[in-house]
Write a protein that binds this ligand. Sequence first.
Ligand code: F6P
Length: 366
Amino acid sequence: KNRIAVMTSGGDSPGMNGCVRAVVRKSLAQGCESYCIYEGYEGLVRGGDLIKQMRWEDVRGLLSEGGTSIGTARCKAFTERPGRLKAAKNMIDKGINALIICGGDGSLTGADTFRGEWPGLLEELVSSGEITPEQRNEFQHLNIVGLVGSIDNDFADTDATIGCYSSLARICESVDSIDATASSHQRAFVIEVMGRHCGWLALMAGVSTGADFIFIPENPPAQNWEDQMCGIIKKHREFGKRKTIVIVAEGAIDSELKQISPTQVKDLLSNRLKLDTRITTLGHVQRGGTPCAYDRQLSTLQGVEAVMAVLDATPETPSKFIAIIENKIIRSPLIEAVALTQEVAKAIAAKDFKRAMDLRGPEFAE
Ligand code: F6P
């Protein structure tokens, strides 16, 4: 009998709960046993009460809840082999032979490493007498499927990560709220948004709210960006615009790869353009709250597909993640997408910004 466990890992994102609900219910509907691993990889390493068998009703009401109700953590122990050995033992104790992880690229890469090491880990557990040779034979293959949960939308080979549209909507609502004061007082606001090394949230928020200027890591501004930005904003003001909104991605850099800070932008607007300027850092407000309809749908469809991918997998199947491309939910090789995701950072470090933009996808080019 298949025993499928689901876990959330890395930063929480709206829609992770929808994944948990869909995986649990689809597993049960397919006649499998379902388990939740609480607190991410921490739970896998610590085992015990942190690995719980789930019933249909245990995930009731989760679809509309933000964050992840089964918890998440950044776990150092799992990055080291002894931690992974404990994790393997805990899984075998519970009879779990498949793991579905909803998390970012780091969490999904960790899962694939675990799968690669699995036969060696089992041998070690047999040698130390922690599992029997029969158990090793029964649990020979570990099945891994990834779901990409992150507000950053920074994963290659999928159009959207679970949570990015909820976060984008929340950023837009926040900018709309700031607009009231900006227009009333004719102020300028420099708004910092999250995204780690990815500018998707900043770019899409800027387009969606009609921002005056946007800073993202993949396409740093021209060398004379101070003159350029001030020129544009001055022109907008001359056209009668009463407010100024500049969006800065938290990973924004200039063409020399130096970080662009909201304070630097604020000082420029205050000193050169004499605008009454404030900084708003949206912070974790943009990661919380209820998931939008799109993330509820995406997490449900992808959670269901993840269970089907587990049931269809053979020992030879490379680890998969569930993507959405042009509105189709598909299974894609995990490791290629992770490698492609890392290419963006390499392109930026090499100052090949055109390649960085191309790798991010068509929305960036447009
Ligand atoms: O990956 C999601 C994210 O919110 C990033 O946008 C941000 O850089 C990071 O996590 C913040 O992490 P933490 O909540 O651990 O400070």
